[in-house]
Design a protein around this ligand. Structure first.
Ligand code: GTB
Length: 217
């Protein structure tokens, strides 16, 4: 069945692969599933047709046959459960991998996203420096803990899994912060993820969207 995902028509990240369609593309590349991409503008995202499949007016979504779904974490879990290669067969190992998928989006990602939201919404306020320092402290606490846990292993729990896609992609959002440089273990982990051929194909595909939109504007 053909898979269709949605992505920004014109991504604010200028093709740096930070928007959440990237993690979906990466997962689909890992399992070798071809997919179509429907590009949506910010305006179209808020229209009834898109809201019917993404009630919050965001990307990404995934449609496959009569299934339409949203939330990048749920989409990755769906892909990992339906196509082999992204979750271990052993029931306990599978449960642990799913645990790490949740950890990526509900423990690691919130302070990282807060950092960006604060920059947009409070960047010009007198308290911004103090606010940023507080957020960065929360981020460093999580990075310290993740780095300790990862230690000298390649991936979060045994073999590469959907959890590593989620976690690497979440961490990528810190790339321009300067914070990751303090964490050689995590920087190496990110680089291992980015070195995967599936990551490179996904990255090139989303970059091509940006290059095309730039050329036609
Ligand atoms: N919890 C949802 C999920 O995981 O799928 C969150 C989806 C989400 O935040 N989507 C964003 C969106 O559609 C795009 S990815 N925003 C438009 C809107 O809300 O109107 C977030 C994102 C956006 C931009 C950058 N960037 O420029 O670097 C990075 C990440």
């Amino acid at each position: 069945m053909t898979i269709t995902i949605t992505a920004f028509e014109s991504s604010p990240d200028r093709g740096r692969g930070l928007a959440r369609d990237m993690r979906v593309r990466w997962a689909l590349e890992e399992v070798g599933q071809p997919y179509n991409v429907r590009l949506v503008s910010f305006k179209a995202m808020k229209q009834p047709a898109h809201l019917a499949i993404q009630p919050f007016g965001q990307i990404p979504t995934l449609e496959e046959g009569d299934l339409a779904m949203f939330e990048s974490g749920a989409i990755l879990l769906h892909i990992a459960e339906h196509y082999p290669g992204l979750l271990p067969d052993d029931a306990n190992a599978r449960a642990r991998a799913i645990t790490w998928m949740f950890a990526a989006v509900s423990t690691m990602e919130p302070p990282i996203v807060d950092r960006e939201i604060a920059r947009f919404t409070e960047g010009d306020k007198p308290w911004y420096g103090e606010r940023l320092a507080m957020i960065d402290k929360r981020i460093r606490t999580r990075l310290d803990q993740l780095s300790t846990r990862l230690g000298d292993t390649d991936w979060l729990d045994g073999a590469f899994s959907a959890a590593d896609i989620m976690m690497v992609h979440v961490l990528c959002r810190l790339e321009s912060s300067g914070i990751l440089e303090e964490y050689p273990t995590l920087s190496a982990y990110i680089e291992r993820g980015k070195a995967r051929p599936a990551y490179k194909r996904a990255f090139a595909a989303q970059l091509a969207v940006f290059e095309t939109s730039k050329a036609s504007s």
